[in-house]
Design a protein around this ligand. Sequence first.
Ligand code: SAM
Length: 329
Amino acid sequence: MLARARLTFVPALSAPARADFATAVRKGLFALRKRLPCRYLYDAEGSRLFESICALDEYYLTRTERAILCESSDLVVSRLPRAATLVELGSGSAEKTRLLIEALLRRTHKLRYVPIDISPSALAQSARSLLADYPGLSITAFAAEYGAGLARVHQLHGPKLVLWLGSNVGNFTRAQAARFLRTVRAGMAPLDRLLMGVDLRKSGAILARAYDDPAGVTARFNCNLLARINRELGGAFDLAQFRHRATYDAARGRVRMELVSQCVQRVPIAALGATVAFERDEAIHTEDSFKYSLREMDVLAAAGGFAVEWRGLDANRWFSLNLLAPRAD
Ligand SMILES: C[S@@+](CC[C@H](N)C(=O)[O-])C[C@H]1O[C@@H](n2cnc3c(N)ncnc32)[C@H](O)[C@@H]1O
């Protein structure tokens, strides 16, 4: 643990990250249907590429959520007790979080911020930059998976506003999302609130551009997962032999990202002491992004043990910001 006056940085709460990654790669690439957990998209390079995605015109999610936050941050914080701690799940660069930090600091001048992110580089960079800009802020940062970070957050005293922005919930299936919300809910007191940014169902054409932009930034983000295996596990993936694919299943409301092998190939991975075989057109499933209707969002909140206390939408109704209050058991 690194503690400076206003920053406490708590690295990896669970097993060493590289061992976790090796286990996940072995399990995922030797499965009948190849898959890799999307949390591994976010090493230092993946976090940097994700920030480039956020700046793309096609990736409407970031600017739309920011626009809703610009209008509503003061209203959201007005619903919380004054001394609330700000907690964030999957905080990334925390650029949009600044709007809430500023709204909270307008009321109290002192604020504790507790970000949880699996990407230590994103966490360290955002903490440095926030501390430089907000003298009233102190930060306890957990470089951890949501679950391990939440276990620590549940031990915090006093009221909390928990943020889960960027439609990160979409990476879970609907059933997993409800289970995860119940875990978040279990550590919340009646006056605590969860603010969740959730992307809404919309035309497949808009989603196709957002998840497969013409400049190829999302493709590089996805392919970085194979580059990460090369860097960290001594893999021999030739990135030119894999293609990024994003498809929208309108019935399920799900964008699926995959990496598709362009030929029959065998790829050794030194740290696993194993070689992975690919057929031509065989896919590795790397990420899902589930989209919600407002009705589905209400159902999710209820299944997670929450009531929707307030909701903000943009003019196109492309994105929603949901303030959730824990329901009495
Ligand atoms: C889609 S980005 C969103 C970042 C930021 N919240 C935003 O709205 O721009 C997802 C973030 O969550 C982090 N993340 C993904 N899966 C995670 C997990 N299982 N546990 C902790 N952090 C995770 C990633 O490192 C990344 O910073």
